[in-house]
Design a binder for this molecule. Sequence first.
Ligand SMILES: *Cc1c(COP(=O)(O)O)cnc(C)c1O
Length: 364
Amino acid sequence: MPATRRDHKVLFTPGPTEVDPEILREMARPVIGHRGVEMQQLIKDLTPRLRPLFGTRAHDIFLTTCSATGLWEAALRNCVARRVLVPVCGAFSERFYEVALACGLEADPLHVESGRAVQAQGIADMLATGRYDAVALVHNETATGVTNSLSEIAEAVRRQGDVVFLVDAVSSLGGIPVEVDRNGIDVCLASVQKCLALPPGFSICAVSQRALERSARRVGKGYYLDFVRLKSFFDRNLPMATPSVSHLFALRAQMKRIEAEGLEARYARHRVLADLARAWASARFALFAEDKARSNTVTCVANTRAIDVARFIQELAARGFAISNGYGRLKEATFRLGHMGDHTADGLRELLGAMDAILSEVFA
Ligand SMILES: *Cc1c(COP(=O)(O)O)cnc(C)c1O
């Protein structure tokens, strides 16, 4: 992020995040039709590129023109027949639960104290009742800066047998390993405006054979995001309805950039960014998330100095940066730094420097 680029606010928000100019240019390409060979080639090129990102060899990959909220509905409506368990550890996981209810499904929340991670044992205990046929988990809770342990929770889900594992990897996919196959994830979903650093309005998911079998038996799952219908189109490398073609161009370009960086290097870069953000925050404020569960893509800073967060954000805006206030109930109690996508350590240091300047000049 060059220091000179101040024609807009550089986004250090935990979604949307800063989009590279190269990607913005891809979005401006001339539109192509969505029923022709060019489109088929585009999708055929994209699908295998997305598999390593998800960590899956054989799941179906669907590219959907809606934000991840649409895929929350899709995962739940296609896969839950009896009752879904939704661990709630912040505002996003709470909304995942609310979406289940809004879809008319039987659902129970499993509440965890804000700032803490979901414990696998709690899930195992609930599943042992035999009431559930699905678990819907937010991997990285963007409201609190907590990353839940996929491997431990996956183990609890796997032990229970025929329980499908639905995972929101919206603010982790591309920044923190998700490992769909290794973790037995049936539906893994993400928007593209978080760690993939594309403009918002598009989403992707990986769907297992088992999820498709569930979907085939479900009625009342709707049309637009019916997994069986989506598969019948994507098997032919075609979108089901008119997609955001511009996003497909941008995603292809971004996947090439991600491959050039290398996934491991990308995850390592996110770890470096998180270390910088956490060191800054703990020296000046405190970290909201519990130790060992702190996210590598978003840092939730506890506002221990009781600064006026709205004013802080305003001052940062004047210096060309955007960060986020706390989410929902945490609005003034915290503020959040998104360090996901294509951000670099130098770029983040600029933000941290600007925040220090404001702290000493405005909040001294
Ligand atoms: C941003 C976010 C969402 C919502 O995604 P939309 O693209 O706005 O629908 C869901 N879950 C998590 C964890 C998020 O960070």
